[in-house]
Design a protein around this ligand. Structure first.
Ligand SMILES: Cc1cc2nc3c(=O)[nH]c(=O)nc-3n(C[C@H](O)[C@H](O)[C@H](O)COP(=O)(O)OP(=O)(O)OC[C@H]3O[C@@H](n4cnc5c(N)ncnc54)[C@H](O)[C@@H]3O)c2cc1C
Length: 425
């Protein structure tokens, strides 16, 4: 990789997600060279991806150029590259555009979709972890509605208008609610000659409640909201297979659908080069100590979703949401400051700010420590928190105006098939 040696210690950060960006911004006052590597040239605000999928927002309002985030910072470099491996002995990062040595390495690569080894589902399902994937869902949904409008048989039409979402976590719940609102408010106006009542939304969850990381009260409220919106909820139901048309459930039932969205799980986006006991099995997260150092690797750290830091309060590691990543990034920056000054590092401690999910207009649920509530106030808080958390003033303004427009007009304006989706990969 063509990077100058400026005679300062080099910190390489892999991943410009919530953790990587939070760390990079806070390293600005340190006398070091910082190199940020990401396979995308933009930071993605994943919590709002579902609004891109369901025509509520354009992708450029939830993504932000990484170079623009780093532009005011001296001695900061960005490289658009996919990291393939770490040569831990040589302290070297191996990427598709070349290799780079480091003094300190921070892995902040987040997670990728987990298909639990089912190759048929992997081949045919629509995941939603990135902007291109969210756009794929949007295109597929609109293409299938166009086909439904022209379908000859009832069976074909229903299959094209049947939406099956797997995974009752926040993403599955938010997507289902947004599809239900399209059915209620938008599609009847667009497809006047189509009986939009035939659009079905099914949400499948293996556990006995949706939003299982949240309180029981929040789950109950979210269930009530989903039912009010006409979402068919299938709890205690495992989806076994999908072949592009037929979805098979654990009870043997088969349902036909052309819209199969997989939000059922994630696994760490780990990198090659470490000994196998560095990772926690199944979840694929790096075992780190209280300073985010990967066990046995003094110069290599992991933060955010990819890091597994077990503590008394979080024996199974921190929840894989934005706050632990942001807080660990900020904390590690302080520890780098201490490390470079020859001081001992301080252990990380997570401050839980609560959790929330939205189901649709005026409907959201919030868990705030012992307090749990749902409805308009929760929805308002959800909007405010997400608006404030977006990177960039322009994005905040665009999203605000989009939401205001959608609220007043019962509309979702981003209904364009810009890049048609084809499952012939
Ligand atoms: C659809 C969806 C909705 C969500 N909603 C919420 C929510 O409402 N609230 C909440 O708190 N959390 C939510 N989350 C979770 C939250 O987004 C994650 O916890 C958070 O992004 C973790 O931050 P991170 O920095 O660890 O990883 P990420 O933000 O995922 O960043 C990882 C970065 O690493 C890059 N990368 C990965 N592998 C490589 C490689 N090999 N080479 C180069 N670059 C690489 C990626 O391109 C990415 O930019 C949601 C997640 C998803 C997918």
């Amino acid at each position: 990789m063509n990077l100058p040696d400026i005679g300062k210690k080099r910190i390489v950060i892999i991943g410009a997600g919530f953790g990587g960006i939070s760390l990079a911004k806070k390293l600005k006052n340190l006398d070091v060279q910082v190199v940020v590597i990401d396979k995308h040239n933009y930071h993605t605000f994943q919590p709002l991806l579902y609004q891109v999928s369901t025509s509520g927002l354009e992708p450029d309002s939830i993504a932000y150029p990484i170079r623009k985030i780093l532009k005011g910072l001296n001695n900061f470099y960005f490289r658009l590259a996919t990291v393939q491996k770490i040569n831990v002995e040589k302290k070297e990062v191996v990427t598709d555009i070349g290799n780079l040595t480091f003094d300190y390495l921070v892995i902040a690569t987040g997670t990728k979709t987990n298909f639990f080894g089912n190759t048929s589902i992997q081949e045919h399902a629509m995941p939603m972890k990135s902007v291109p994937q969210a756009l794929n869902i949007r295109s597929l949904m609109l293409q299938n509605f166009e086909l439904a409008d022209d379908a000859v048989t009832e069976e074909e039409r229903k299959m094209l208008m049947n939406f099956c979402i797997v995974g009752g976590g926040p993403t599955g719940v938010e997507l289902s609610g947004a599809f239900a609102e399209l059915k209620k408010n938008v599609f009847p106006k667009d497809y006047k000659h189509l009986n939009v009542e035939h659009m079905e939304i099914h949400l499948f969850e293996g556990a006995d409640r949706v939003l299982s990381p949240m309180s029981e009260k929040a789950s109950k409220k979210a269930t009530q909201f989903l039912e009010e919106l006409g979402v068919n909820l299938h709890l205690n139901t495992i989806v076994k297979d999908y072949d592009g048309e037929n979805m098979t459930l654990s009870n043997g039932e088969v349902m036909k659908t052309k819209n199969f969205i997989w939000t059922a799980g994630v696994t760490g986006a780990s990198l090659e080069g470490f000994s196998s006991d560095t990772l926690v099995e199944r979840v694929n997260r790096y075992k780190v100590n209280a300073f985010n150092q990967i066990e046995d690797y003094e110069h290599i750290f992991a933060i955010g979703d990819i890091a597994f830091m077990s503590s008394n309060t979080y024996p199974k590691g921190h929840p894989q949401v934005a706050q632990p990543a942001i807080q660990q990034g900020g904390h590690l920056a302080k520890n780098f400051d201490r490390l470079l000054a020859g001081k001992t590092m301080e252990p990380f401690s997570y401050f839980d700010k609560g959790s929330m999910a939205t189901v649709g207009r005026n409907r959201a649920v919030v868990d705030l420590h012992k307090l749990s509530f749902g409805g308009f106030l929760a929805w308002f808080i959800w909007m405010f928190v997400h608006l404030m958390a977006l990177v960039g003033f322009r994005n905040k303004v665009i999203v605000f105006f989009n939401w205001a427009y959608n609220y007043i007009n019962y509309d979702k304006a981003a209904r364009l098939i810009v890049r048609p989706y084809s499952n012939k990969k």
